[in-house]
Design a protein around this ligand. Structure first.
Ligand code: SF4
Ligand code: SF4
Length: 135
């Protein structure tokens, strides 16, 4: 027997999991944009940090998955420090990364890193990068 999960239910489930994993109340954000304005990685993101929150609370995980933003986030906490609502967006970014990796979708494949890159990259960067980008 097949059980069909309605898109509405799957969106609700995504919102619930993001809240649970991040420990953040997504409704706290009032979309002021301070996080995007203070994010040092924003110029390399295709969806701004502020908009990621809006998409996350609407449960639009496919839009988020199609973007490189959560993988570009450096977990630097500049957004959290500058948020007037005390919202920690870095935890939401991490929660979304975890949910993606749990689907066995690695953002990078270790076997795609060339031997030359392996020799040139600092080991600590390799280890932390693989921890962040693979399941
Ligand atoms: S700074 Fe805080 S309240 Fe403003 S958009 Fe970012 S998360 Fe929302
Ligand atoms: S934690 Fe991520 S989203 Fe927040 S300011 Fe740093 S890079 Fe930007």
């Amino acid at each position: 027997m097949y059980v069909t999960i309605s898109p509405k239910r799957s969106r609700r489930e995504f919102v619930r999991k993001v809240k649970e994993l991040s420990g953040q109340n997504l409704q706290l954000c009032y979309q002021c944009g301070m996080c995007s304005g203070n994010c040092p990685a924003a110029s390399n993101m295709d969806i701004s940090p502020r908009r990621i929150i809006e998409l996350a609370r609407l449960g639009l995980d496919e839009e988020i998955a199609g973007s490189k933003t959560v993988w570009t986030c450096a977990s630097c906490l500049a957004c959290a420090v500058n948020c007037p609502r005390g919202f920690d967006l870095s935890k939401v970014m991490e929660a979304i990364r975890l949910l993606t990796l749990r689907k066995n979708i690695d953002h990078i494949r270790p076997e795609d890193i060339s031997p030359k890159q392996r020799c040139e990259l600092p080991q600590i960067a390799m280890v932390s990068g693989l921890r962040k980008f693979t399941g």
